[in-house]
Design a protein around this ligand. Structure first.
Ligand code: FMN
Length: 200
């Protein structure tokens, strides 16, 4: 579902541009990222799933192979309607440390509940309305930044405010039993969010 989320945001952003933009997708865990060039002409959409309120360690290790080179970047996490915990903050912080210039961040709900009357009711569905609103807002922001005459604002947009803290434990280094316990504790202590949220 995260792949669909990232692809969709990428397509919405390219559709909203008046210029011809080529869209390339890559899988952080499967593709060879060594030949990838990212520069200040690139707009990057990074999608990651939320596992136990965090982003998975293999995804972090993969993205750490890439340098952001100042490219305008959108961070998006998909989550299953319990809580996205610190995952969005974590992704934003890691991306910024790698030199990506964040212009928007969003946590998008994946609904596994049956959609009444739909023949696809057993399929998970993406929150398309929020994704559409978010992509339009990001696109407007990118146009404003690109058109701005003051170099400082173009190079260093106001920080995207996402609340959270960096997790202490990396969940994929825990045993399955410990992960299960961590998930239960996490669910008990976290504030449930049942809608998508995004920040510019
Ligand atoms: C091991 C595991 C842990 C998960 N933890 C959370 C969680 O903490 N909060 C939440 O809302 N959803 C959680 N989910 C649901 C996923 O975030 C959601 O299904 C997401 O869309 C998965 O992306 P993917 O289909 O690309 O793997 C979890 C799913 C799995 C498999």
């Amino acid at each position: 579902m995260t792949e669909r989320l990232a692809r969709r945001i990428g397509k919405l952003l390219s559709d909203s541009s008046s210029e011809e933009i080529s869209v390339e997708c890559c899988d952080l865990l499967r593709d060879d990222l060594s030949g990838m060039t990212i520069d200040d002409e690139t707009i990057v959409v990074i999608g990651m799933p939320v596992y136990v309120g965090k982003i998975p360690l293999p995804a972090i290790e993969a993205i750490e192979q890439i340098s952001g080179n100042g490219a305008m970047t959108v961070a998006a996490v998909s989550y299953g309607g319990r809580s996205y915990g610190n995952a969005l903050f974590e992704l934003k912080t890691i991306a910024e440390d790698l030199g990506f210039k964040l212009v928007g961040a969003g946590a998008f709900l994946i609904s596994y509940m049956a959609i009444r009357g739909s023949s696809n009711s057993m399929n998970p569905s993406l929150d398309l309305d929020s994704m559409g609103d978010f992509s339009r807002a990001v696109s407007d922001k990118i146009k404003r930044l690109s058109g701005t005459e003051i170099e400082e604002f173009r190079m260093k947009p106001a920080p995207v405010e996402v609340n959270g803290r960096m997790p202490v434990h990396k969940i994929s280094r825990l045993s399955p039993r410990a992960a299960e316990i961590a998930q239960k504790v996490f669910e008990r202590i976290s504030l449930v969010r049942r809608s998508s949220e995004w920040f510019l």
